[in-house]
Design a protein around this ligand. Structure first.
Ligand SMILES: [Ca+2]
Ligand SMILES: [Ca+2]
Ligand SMILES: [Ca+2]
Length: 204
């Protein structure tokens, strides 16, 4: 009986320890602040989401232009290392209302941008898709090199309405596909003679 009590006590202690650990595991650790910018006008908050000791979220704040009153900051950019390999995979830009306005995504984690998405009041309006052949723009470069996407998608209220294809990334549209509000393809136009204008339409 005494042995049974000991086992029960040990089990309960084990559960209590596990319960105690859980919130700490989910909560990001703020690693440091104000490390990249040594001034009061621009701040960075660095977090460690997976608690491996390496930062993986960087939030940049710029000082708001307020005439009087206390100093205020708003989020202008967020950088994420989603697979925790020490390299940034997503950069998100925010407008003065802290709504997402643009994001650059490295979906295959090779260090180069695959997709740039544009938002209006945080709703997706345009997506530029870059193949490895068309864009070699490093996601963490301070100055982004020019990109020629091979596909551009347009959205209305977050729903795809139009796709433009430039498969050779030569800066000219080869085909345009139009979608209805049920996401069905209704017509496609082609530039058949390469004169940079769509001359043939197929309706479905
Ligand atoms: Ca980490
Ligand atoms: Ca990464
Ligand atoms: Ca990539």
């Amino acid at each position: 009986m005494r042995q049974g009590i000991w086992i029960w006590t040990i089990l309960m202690l084990g559960c209590a320890t596990a319960e105690h650990r859980e919130p700490a595991k989910n909560a990001p650790a703020v690693v440091r602040e104000n490390t990249r910018f040594d001034n009061d006008a621009f701040r960075v908050q660095v977090s460690d989401m997976n608690h491996d000791g390496a930062p993986d979220v960087w939030k940049y704040y710029a000082e708001k232009s307020t005439l009087d009153g206390p100093q205020e900051f708003s989020l202008v950019r967020k950088e994420l290392d989603l697979n925790f390999d020490g390299r940034i995979d997503r950069v998100m830009y925010y407008n003065s209302r802290e709504n997402l306005s643009r994001e650059e995504v490295d979906a295959d984690f090779d260090g180069f941008i695959d997709r740039v998405q544009y938002y209006d009041r945080a709703i997706l309006v345009k997506s530029e898709i870059c193949s490895a052949e068309c864009c070699r723009s490093p996601i963490d470069a301070p100055e982004k090199s020019s990109r020629t996407p091979n596909r551009v998608l347009f959205f209305s209220k977050g729903v795809l309405t139009r796709e433009e294809v430039d498969s050779q990334c030569r800066g000219r549209v080869e085909s345009i596909s139009i979608f209805n509000n049920k996401k069905e393809l209704i017509q496609t136009g082609y530039d058949t003679n390469g004169d940079e204008s769509i001359d043939s339409w197929v309706k479905y």
